[in-house]
Design a protein around this ligand. Structure first.
Ligand code: IPE
Ligand code: IPE
Ligand code: MG
Length: 247
């Protein structure tokens, strides 16, 4: 039986987050340039979006570029930014056709103008979509996101808009880039690395974590379904006992 056939449609994760890692190693294994790995990685993103839509997932957050990735060689960073701009232009008609709504999280202002404008254009165009919410993390750092939230809350406090007692965990959630989205149910990281790499530290508090050695360009529908089946076989207890959950 395939993993696809094992999925229980009534217990789907509402929100899946993905750390798409391993493009460079995928290319090296084939004697190709890292850039060709990123090109293949884009194809895997396109497939993932279609597959998530087909399965009926509501939110999909993908880690495309971290603030730390700015410190890669300039040629790679430039190539990634061009790839981003080209991809979003090419993919917007398909996003619309598949009823996918595009969002971004991260410090968009630090992107080159072309990439930023193309992203903003696609966000605007796809705002009519009511299906999958595709959230792309770009120039994203979770520590930066939390720092920014604290700075904004401090300003509101200073301006007398809120009082100290008003600050709750919800206040912090509402000041993150992700304020309009539910927290992820499932986090997938490819390429065998067992770390979070500054991704959604606050939002992952009770997320189920799934790590696979599969390199990102090889991540297909069966790999996605395998992760979902694994998730569906877990018991999410949120601090309670197993008996309480079964009641
Ligand atoms: C993930 O693949 C893509 C980005 C971080 C932009 P990598 O480029 O990190 O691939 P590896 O980890 O070197 O194999
Ligand atoms: C994490 O991958 C960031 C993205 C997938 C965009 P990295 O390849 O940058 O992570 P580290 O450096 O191995 O932790
Ligand atoms: Mg990597």
């Amino acid at each position: 039986m395939t993993y696809r056939e094992q999925i229980r449609p009534d217990r789907l994760p509402q929100h899946i987050a993905v750390i798409m890692d391993g493009n460079g190693r995928w290319a090296r294994q084939r004697g190709l340039h890292r850039y060709e790995g990123h090109q293949e990685g884009v194809k895997a993103v396109r497939k993932l979006t279609e597959n998530a839509t087909e399965l009926g997932i509501k939110y999909l957050t993908i880690y495309a570029f971290s603030t730390e990735n700015w410190f890669r060689p300039k040629a790679e960073v430039d190539a990634l930014m061009d790839l981003l701009a080209d991809t979003v232009v090419k993919q917007t008609p398909d996003l619309l056709k598949n009823n996918v709504r595009l969002h971004t999280i991260g410090d968009l202002d630090s992107l080159p103008e072309k990439a930023r404008e193309k992203m903003q254009q696609s966000i605007k165009e796809t705002s009519v979509s009511t299906g999958l919410n595709l959230i792309v993390a770009l120039s994203y750092s979770s520590k930066q996101e939390i720092t920014r939230a604290v700075q904004n809350i401090a300003r509101e406090l200073k301006d007398g808009k809120i009082s100290e007692q008003d600050i709750t965990a919800d206040t912090i959630s509402q000041h993150l880039y992700t304020s309009e989205f539910p927290d992820p149910d499932l986090l997938i990281r490819t390429s065998g690395e067992l770390r979070i790499s500054n991704f959604l530290l606050w939002q992952l508090a009770y997320t189920e974590l799934y790590f696979t050695p599969c390199l990102w360009p090889d991540f297909d529908m069966e790999e996605l379904c395998r992760a979902i089946v694994d998730y569906q076989n877990r018991e999410r207890r949120f601090g309670k006992t197993s008996e309480q959950i079964k009641q």
